[in-house]
Design a protein around this ligand. Structure first.
Ligand code: DOR
Length: 435
């Protein structure tokens, strides 16, 4: 057994109100000691079974849990596969990643969910947790066998990429999933209001002469779903919230005791529709990048806890789907490996408090899908990430584990790098010559 000592690191775990410069000792897959000078004994022993990482300037946090990623396997392995998605997750500081069912075929049966779990396990990297479809083929009509999906390892159900538009189907989905307390994750988009839309409907879409997706297409679905969640008493989770109106609805529903949670993506926290002024197809996403007022409201709602967590909506697409006109481009951008630089940047700007950001990436999402929250606690499994907030790096293929390059940050320098990720003591990511 080799022990790992992270020496003089800034350890931050808001769940424990911990923010201090300490040593973190990992032995046998667990954090065995944490405190000032906690590694001294092992360091004195100078055994070659002890690995020391000098941590001055580094930040150690519980590893992250992503509720929303697209691994594209089965069916679109030219964009991503389970192995590359999990490598990208580990490189982004994630120990756990929940993958959406809009694969080809859709993950709507036990056999597919089991295949995903088995392939994920065989990678020995970050851990995968499938999300099963709400309706067969994500067609919005017949409910899937959710009991089977749950038994196969699905942690939630969603038709992400498509909205469950029928109120009757949504009601039954909430009732069925509610019998075993599985969260129902909604992609809130009234498709009748977004037909042909390429971006947010506002001054920028008018200027470009492009059909827009109005905020109300999201708000209308959220309002209806919250009424249904209250009526059924079931758990409802809103994916990639993007409008000020949806925030208001969620805030009111939470105050009434409705069992609702929601997530926001790093790109909706960072960017606005103005990013599309140069026709950059990497900025075409669903829901679309909104206006400054929405973006600021998202930041405030994440800070005050109305928005529970950050989820990447990592949506890899190849050059085939992105090196084309905006109209032909597939919506989505990669996110797993850019989450840390984007969020640490917002912390540095003073837009978000660090403890809330960490909570929103660790404990909060873990609780929503019933996973053990990663924790910097003595005795806990060593699920943690070592970050260098000051490290500047260029976003380019040689430095990314994902197969795709669809991000407006591609080719640019960003600040904040994940140097190491541990899953139950196993090093699943390490920057060479890094930590
Ligand atoms: O931008 C998006 N891309 N939003 C979605 O809801 C689906 C996703 C994808 O699968 O590419």
């Amino acid at each position: 057994m080799t022990a790992l000592v992270l020496r003089n690191v800034r350890a931050c775990d808001p769940a424990r109100e911990l923010d201090a410069v300490v040593d973190v000792v990992v032995e046998d897959g667990r954090i065995t000691r944490l405190g000032r000078g906690a590694g001294a004994e092992l360091l004195e022993a100078r055994s070659d079974r002890v690995r020391v990482v000098e941590g001055a300037g580094m930040l150690v946090v519980p590893s992250f849990v992503d509720l929303h990623a697209h691994a594209r396997e089965p069916g679109q392995e030219y964009k991503e596969d389970i192995r590359s998605a999990l490598a990208a997750a580990a490189a982004g500081g994630f120990s756990d990643v929940c993958v959406m069912p809009n694969t080809r075929p859709v993950n709507d049966t036990r056999a597919i969910a089991e295949m995903i779990v088995e392939k994920g396990r065989a990678c020995g990297s970050a851990r995968i947790h499938p999300i099963g479809a709400i309706t067969v083929g994500q067609a919005g009509e017949a409910l899937t066998e959710m009991a089977d999906l749950r038994d196969a390892g699905c942690v939630a159900v969603s038709d992400d990429g498509r909205c469950v538009t029928s109120s009757a189907v949504m009601r039954r989905a909430l009732e069925y999933a509610g019998t075993f307390d599985l969260p129902v994750i909604q992609h809130a988009e009234d498709h009748a209001l977004t037909e042909g839309a390429l971006m947010h409907e506002g001054a920028v879409s008018a200027r470009l002469g492009v059909r827009g997706w109005p905020r109300v297409a999201e708000d209308i679905i959220v309002a209806r779903d919250l009424i249904l969640a209250e009526y059924t008493g079931s758990r409802y989770h809103l994916a990639h919230i993007s409008t000020e109106g949806a925030i208001r609805l969620v805030r009111e529903a939470k105050a009434r005791g409705v069992r609702v949670t929601c997530e926001v993506t790093p790109h909706h926290l960072l960017l606005t529709d103005e990013s599309l002024l140069g026709w950059d197809t990497a900025c075409r996403v669903n829901p679309p990048l909104r206006e400054r007022g929405d973006r600021d409201a998202l930041r405030a709602a994440l800070a005050d806890g109305t928005i529970d967590c950050v989820a990447t909506d990592h949506a890899p697409h190849s050059a085939l789907e992105k090196d084309c006109e905006l109209e032909a481009a597939a919506p989505g951008m990669i996110g797993l490996e850019l989450c840390v630089p984007i969020l640490l940047g917002l912390v540095e700007e003073g837009a978000l408090p660090l403890p809330r950001v960490i909570d929103a990436l660790t404990r909060a999402p873990a609780r929503i899908v019933g996973l053990e929250p990663p924790s910097l606690r003595e005795g806990a499994p060593a699920c943690l990430a070592v970050l260098d907030p000051g490290r500047v790096w260029r976003v380019e293929a040689a430095r990314l584990k994902t197969k795709s390059a669809n991000t407006p940050l591609y080719g640019r320098e960003v600040k904040g790098r994940v140097l190491m990720t541990l899953v139950a003591g196993r090093v699943v990511h390490e920057v060479e010559g890094g930590a």
